[in-house]
Design a protein around this ligand. Structure first.
Ligand code: HEM
Length: 121
């Protein structure tokens, strides 16, 4: 197995992650009305920016998630598990590790922003 080496590898990863996501009972409903092709293009740019530090993604990743109703920590756990499994099944090396670490980190930040780690005082 090799590391993520080219944008084509990132495209492979993004396709594998989103192929069949509609069938996931937790995540599927959130992608029912999404323009899959446009979203995948954005995600290829996003993940290339992360693993190659190429800077092409200039979006604001959190914004669309603030509009998604009903997200829980279980949704994020599922998303991260799916992403990790998708990477690990295909790629191995520092860039693959960076992608997984960044996904976990961003999932954590999103959950804090959404108030999913609120504690009772
Ligand atoms: C519960 C988990 C998640 C769900 C259900 C979800 C769902 C979505 C949806 C519906 C969109 C908008 C698609 C569109 O209409 O174009 C989106 C965009 C995006 N998501 Fe997630 N997401 C989740 C977690 C994450 C995590 C953990 C990351 C971390 C890498 C992430 C990264 C992004 C990025 C970069 C975009 C594009 C933002 C932009 O428009 O520039 N998502 N996501």
């Amino acid at each position: 197995m090799t590391d993520l080496q080219t944008p084509a590898d990132v495209r492979t990863l993004v396709s594998a992650f989103y192929d069949g996501i509609e069938a996931d009972p937790l995540l599927g409903p959130y992608f029912a009305d999404v323009d899959g092709a446009a979203h995948r293009e954005r995600m290829v740019g996003f993940w290339c920016s992360v693993v190659f530090q190429s800077g092409e993604y200039r979006g604001r990743p959190f914004a669309p998630h603030a509009r998604l109703a009903g997200l829980t920590r279980e949704h994020f756990a599922r998303w991260v598990a799916r992403f990790r499994a998708t990477v690990r099944a295909r790629f191995e090396g520092p860039r693959a590790d960076l992608a997984v670490a960044r996904a976990e980190q961003i999932a954590g930040v999103f959950q804090v922003k959404l108030g999913l780690w609120a504690v009772e005082n």
